[in-house]
Design a protein around this ligand. Structure first.
Ligand SMILES: Cc1cc2nc3c(=O)[nH]c(=O)nc-3n(C[C@H](O)[C@H](O)[C@H](O)COP(=O)(O)O)c2cc1C
Length: 218
């Protein structure tokens, strides 16, 4: 049997340790090495077809963070955390995006474009209006959330705190960051850093429904 790369117990312990941090210590910044690992976790995220229809806007500029804070209902994490990540998902996808992806596959795997025709056609076919079970922007947002999940887990393994955040005005974020003009919209945020010593939320017991409610075995 293959040896596990990392024990599930270690990962589960990290998942118990993590919590949605309400108060960050503004004096504690992440090191470049810590940040590099988190960026790698974002880049390695899985996505449907591998299309990666998103980008991650990393904001450390204090003035921009202050400008964004009111649009996140004044939540303190926006200005106090070491880093703010805006998960921006594509508003639309065209055949050009599929070709861009095919070119990348060719480059990385040394495969001729002609050999990717079946795959390319399948993706293009699923992007025609009505082919996906949800709208294209919604589908892209779902992909971005997977990257958020990866970030939460990898950060916890490195004892780095995160607050995932949906409590913000998406339209205002899009406007301040000029995302619409680039063909993106802000779908979710993550504030990343280290918890303040007096963050009362750190020691609260985790609230989760019992497995009997969430896991159905058939
Ligand atoms: C997508 C998403 C959006 C969230 N938005 C916010 C938010 O805007 N502000 C906040 O303080 N917590 C936010 N949370 C934190 C949740 O309330 C928290 O994850 C949940 O209560 C479970 O607790 P735990 O993460 O501490 O285990 C969000 C969590 C997720 C996954």
């Amino acid at each position: 049997m293959d040896q596990p790369l990392l024990s599930a117990d270690a990962i589960l312990a990290a998942l118990h340790w993590r919590y949605a941090t309400k108060k960050f210590d503004p004096a504690r910044k992440l090191s470049d090495d810590q940040w590099r690992k988190l960026e790698a976790a974002l880049l390695l995220s899985a996505s449907s077809y591998g299309l990666q229809p998103y980008k991650f806007i990393v904001i450390t500029d204090p003035a921009l963070r202050e400008q964004l804070q009111p649009a996140a209902y004044g939540q303190g994490q926006i200005t106090d955390a070491s880093h703010l990540i805006v998960f921006a998902a594509r508003l639309n996808l065209t055949d050009d995006d599929v070709e861009h992806y095919m070119a990348r596959i060719s480059e990385v795997r040394g495969v001729e474009r002609a050999h990717l025709e079946v795959f390319a056609s399948r993706i293009k076919g699923s992007l025609v209006p009505g082919a996906l079970p949800v709208s294209v922007p919604e589908w892209c947002a779902r992909q971005a959330y997977l990257a958020l999940g990866n970030l939460l887990t990898v950060a916890a393994l490195e004892s780095i705190d995160v607050c995932p955040m949906e409590g913000f005005d998406n339209g205002k974020f899009d406007e301040i960051l000029g995302l619409g003009a680039q063909g993106y919209r802000a779908v979710v945020l993550a504030t990343v850093g280290h918890r303040a010593e007096d963050d009362g939320a750190a020691n609260l017991p985790k609230v989760r429904f019992p497995d009997s409610e969430l896991i159905e075995r058939r």
